[in-house]
Design a protein around this ligand. Structure first.
Ligand code: ATP
Ligand code: MG
Length: 421
């Protein structure tokens, strides 16, 4: 990054590190995202470096590959000439001060010259960082009106870095709340996801969403979400990058576990969540409502709950969702002062053992469609009903899962003359 800045400065263009990289360095937080702002117009930036990518050329952003092999965003100084509540029309040929003035918060409007090694901080962002205050650059009402997303960004940054929101900025956030539905659902979902990803204790952020009225206008069924549910989100680990997709959906499920499963599903669809996320999160929320109480009793009185009841729960949750469901349940119990620690782990292991050793699905039965046809059961709904009834018998007593026992059970029903099992 330093050599990119040097090349631009040597060509006669003022160039500064800006944004999150500077803020995080001042906070002592690791951040490899060093963005540069420069007086050089975009064609100049492209001419001066061998490997560039036009990342957002209409906004003046060129991706430049540094010697470290990483791409750094180099953006030409700009000023906003017109905004519509989300998008800005920008103009180049601005000064560093003008470029910093259009940034959202003082802590995000500090520039660092990596060659001269000095800060430019016209809005006293460093002082706000030290005092741990989040403050809009300029007039909060006007700045939050220009771009509605800033209200949600303010809350996210405040929660992420444990900052207090300056009163005038907070009042502007509250004023913005009724206008937030102008944001696209994708943007709103992205803000929720970034909060779940970046913030250690998302309850801090979501309490502010609730108290500012942001849930009221964006996810109405969460308008009065109780603290206890939000604290359950804190009890689940941060997703922390790729490779742990379940962690992200778990935190989302905890947030939505305040709602009935069908309501959660509707909220996710309104936020344009992917079909896979809708399916996973809704199933987890449903698991909480259907099995939370019974499994809590099982954790509280480990040996008192019959194994058959646990097998039944595993069967209804689904073998592959047991682990996720238990993690959601454990987080909710912890937040409400319920069972934690080894009783919960013992139950978790017990359920997993059932899930992977016992027959819990129709497909696990030691009998199949051909066997039933041979006994005269007609394929179709009737056969499905017979198989589910047999699964019920097997969940009660796994030893029954032998072809002979199952065939005999079918013959018994047939002999009893009942219409079905
Ligand atoms: P993160 O670590 O989450 O990426 P960041 O500060 O880098 O934090 P970005 O969204 O990547 O946040 O934006 C980079 C910079 O661009 C911000 O620090 C801020 O100066 C400016 N910025 C981004 N979005 C806005 C906005 N909506 N309004 C004003 N300035 C913004
Ligand atoms: Mg960034």
């Amino acid at each position: 990054m330093v050599e990119i800045a040097r090349t631009l400065q040597n060509a006669g263009y003022a160039t500064w590190c800006v944004g999150g990289g500077v803020r995080d360095a001042l906070l002592g937080v690791a951040n490899l995202d060093w963005d540069l702002a420069t007086a050089a117009p975009p064609p100049e930036v492209r001419r001066l470096f061998r490997r560039t990518v036009p990342v957002g050329i209409e906004f003046g952003t060129v991706g430049v590959f540094g010697r470290d092999g990483r791409m750094h965003e180099v953006t030409t100084f700009r000023r906003d000439v017109h905004t519509d509540g989300r998008h800005a029309v920008v103009e180049f040929g601005a000064s560093l001060e003008e470029d910093l003035a259009r940034r959202d918060f003082t802590i995000n409007a500090i520039a660092w010259d990596p060659i001269a090694r000095r800060l430019a901080d016209p809005f006293a962002g460093q002082a706000d960082l030290e005092a741990r205050v989040l403050r809009a650059v300029g007039d909060p009402e006007a700045r939050l009106l220009e771009d509605r997303l800033r209200a949600l960004r303010a809350i996210r940054f405040a929660a992420r870095f444990a900052l207090t929101i300056d009163p005038a900025t907070w009042s502007a956030i509250r004023t913005s709340a009724p206008h937030l539905p102008r944001l696209s659902p994708e943007r709103v979902r992205q803000e929720i996801e970034k909060t779940l990803e970046q913030v250690d204790r998302p309850s801090t952020a979501f309490r502010l969403w609730r108290d500012a009225g942001a849930f009221g206008s964006l996810v109405p069924p969460l308008a009065a979400v109780p603290d206890q549910v939000l604290e359950a989100v804190d009890c689940l680990a941060r997703p922390g990058g790729a490779g742990r997709p379940l962690r992200r959906t778990l935190r989302l499920a905890a947030l939505l576990s305040a709602l009935e499963a069908s309501e959660a599903e509707r909220a996710l669809r309104a936020l344009r969540a992917s079909n896979q996320d809708v399916a996973t999160v809704t199933a987890l929320v449903e698991g909480w409502h259907r099995h939370g109480d019974a499994l809590r009793a099982a954790a509280d009185h480990a040996d008192a709950v019959p194994a058959a009841a646990l097998r039944m729960a595993v069967s209804r949750i689904g073998r592959l969702r047991v682990a996720g469901t238990m993690r959601l349940l454990a987080a909710r119990w912890r937040a409400e002062g319920g069972p934690t620690g080894s009783p919960v782990w013992r139950l978790h292991r017990r359920l997993l053992r059932i899930a992977f050793q016992d027959p819990v699905e129709v497909a696990d039965l030691a009998i199949d469609g051909d066997d039933l046809r041979a006994l005269g059961v007609v394929p179709g709904p009737a056969m499905g009903q017979v198989l589910r009834a047999l699964l019920g018998d097997v969940l009660e007593e796994p030893e029954r899962n032998h072809r002979e026992w199952l065939m005999a059970a079918v013959r018994r029903w047939q002999a009893s003359g009942a219409a079905g099992p």
